[in-house]
Design a protein around this ligand. Structure first.
Ligand code: NDP
Length: 472
């Protein structure tokens, strides 16, 4: 049977765009629908604008440091409006790059929502019906608010980039990547930041020593971090007003129409007003309402599309990649999944994505770079040696800063392979990309030791740690 296109991609984020382009390069006829802006979460409301905000927020500390190095430097003031204008201009530029890449690859694009209405059929919101040999769902995810009264008072990460002005104070709820990154960014931009995390330590799942140091450094910078703490109740506060007692009947009216100032009662007994509240309480897959369940595509309990190692769903002609499958929610992983899809379906070369040993970074200040197993996860599997050092780095110690870094290697006792590496330091994201190659390649502690140090650097510690701090 002749289809209108060989491939229809739903979702113009990093994964969908890469899959569409690489499939088109094979000569396939490809179409792609995106209901929002081309570029998806990463480019429009995630990694890219977030990283630019990280850069913006770092200047505050630099002015102080420059003084200790003999420069007459004044911190000055931060103009959110000017920055936001430049930020959005950059995002517009990047979106147009995505569009022109799709165009030059010969991919037909539709700026509208699409639903899967058959194993080989997609229906656009415009009413147009398009038949496709294969359908690729790359619809990503969205931030979620907790299910509680007045939750609409809180922003989610998407809202940050559009703020008219920076709040004076903010409460951030959550202890994951997004909560910790925005706590550091907003603190750096001069916002008074309070953070609540319901568990015992932020960044669950990462190496415990690294989590501990990040939390300590965040507090040291002035972030008011409360562990084991959550919201009990919250209600709207007046814009710009001081703390005023709110009558009980108004507190629970649940009339919140959107984000605004809020009074929060917490499990730690405090009741405090914040100009804004940010829920960084996780993300959910965009898998509902696009017709998948009707066709027999499996969704798991969290709503993620169930796929095999080739990203194929229970319906043979339908594949899914990226955050909507909730394997590893990272842009480079979605891109890999997109390219593996093209290899499998359009180059007749079945290619499973390797999700093992994926390096990643949390852009806190300092950053956390990580690859492989945490000490805790490795200990569950086999006997290990731990090599670890934490110290005040030359650059900031010179200025008398208490700022500390951490370099840690988790090593298999039996094979001597480095199973995991964890770095807490400025530019740890850059460093872990390099170490990631060695860890992925399965190099041993002795291979690390044979490498001559680059001096004077912080990361020379990675090749000079002689004795394990502990075995387990
Ligand atoms: P995470 O799942 O990492 O964190 C969610 C946080 O919210 C957790 O601390 C969780 O607590 C807490 N939480 C969940 N529900 C509630 C609730 N009802 N009340 C209070 N707290 C709650 O999600 P993020 O949104 O931070 O990030 C999503 C994904 O996006 C990440 O997993 C990552 O893959 C990706 N990402 C990557 C970045 C990078 O590479 N630098 C940057 C940003 C995002 P608990 O731990 O107890 O469950």
């Amino acid at each position: 049977m002749a289809y209108d296109v060989d491939l229809f991609v739903i979702g113009g984020g990093s994964g969908g765009v890469r899959a569409a382009r690489t499939a088109a390069e094979t000569g396939a006829r490809v179409a792609l629908a995106e209901e929002s802006r081309m570029g998806g979460t990463c480019v429009i409301r995630g990694c890219v604008p977030k990283k630019l905000m990280v850069f913006a927020s770092e200047f505050r500390g630099l002015a102080g440091l420059a003084k200790d190095y003999g420069w007459s430097a004044d911190r000055g003031t931060f103009d959110w409006g000017a920055f936001r204008g430049n930020l959005h201009a950059e995002l517009d530029r990047l979106e147009s790059v995505y569009r022109s890449l799709l165009k030059s690859s010969g991919v037909a694009t539709y700026d509208t929502r699409a639903r899967v209405t058959g194993a080989n059929e997609v229906t656009l919101n415009t009413g147009e019906v398009i038949s496709a040999g294969h359908i690729l769902v790359a619809t990503g995810g969205h931030p979620v608010r907790p299910d509680m009264p007045n939750a609409a008072l809180g922003m989610v990460s998407d809202d940050i980039f559009d703020l008219e002005e920076l709040p004076k104070s903010i409460l951030i709820v959550g202890g994951g990547y997004i909560a910790c990154e925005f706590a550091c960014i907003l603190n750096g931009l001069g916002v008074d930041v309070t953070q609540f995390y319901r568990g015992a330590q932020i960044l669950r799942g990462f190496d415990e020593e690294a989590r501990g140091l990040i939390a300590e450094m965040m507090k040291e910078q002035g972030i008011d971090l409360h562990l084991g703490t959550n919201i009990v109740d919250m209600w709207p506060a007046e814009e710009g007003a001081d703390d005023m007692p709110t009558p009980a009947e108004e507190r629970h009216a649940d009339t919140a129409e959107g984000p605004g100032p809020v009074i929060v009662k917490a499990t730690n007994g405090t009741e405090k007003r914040f100009d804004r509240l940010l829920f960084a309480t996780g993300r959910a897959p965009n898998s509902k309402g696009i017709g998948l369940e009707d066709l027999g595509v499996g969704l798991n309990r969290r709503g993620a599309i169930e796929v095999d190692e080739f990203s194929q769903t229970a319906v043979k002609s339908i594949y899914a990649i990226g955050d909507v499958t909730d394997r590893i929610q990272l842009t480079p992983v979605a891109i890999r999944e997109g390219m593996a899809f093209t290899e499998t379906v359009f180059r007749n070369n079945p290619t499973a994505v390797d999700h093992d040993c994926v390096p990643s970074a949390v852009f806190t200040q300092p950053e956390l770079g990580t690859v492989g197993l945490s000490e805790e996860a490795a200990r569950e599997r086999e006997e290990i040696e731990v090599y670890c050092t934490s110290f005040r780095p030359m650059r900031t110690a010179f200025a008398g800063s208490p700022h500390r870094v951490l370099f840690k290697l988790v090593v298999s006792k039996a094979t001597r392979k480095v199973l995991g590496c964890h770095i807490v330091a400025d530019a740890a994201g850059e460093l872990i990309q390099m170490v990631g190659i060695a860890v992925k390649a399965g190099l041993t502690k002795e291979d690390f030791d044979r490498t001559v140090a680059v001096h004077p650097t912080m990361s020379e510690e990675l090749v000079t740690m002689r004795a394990p701090v502990r075995t387990a």
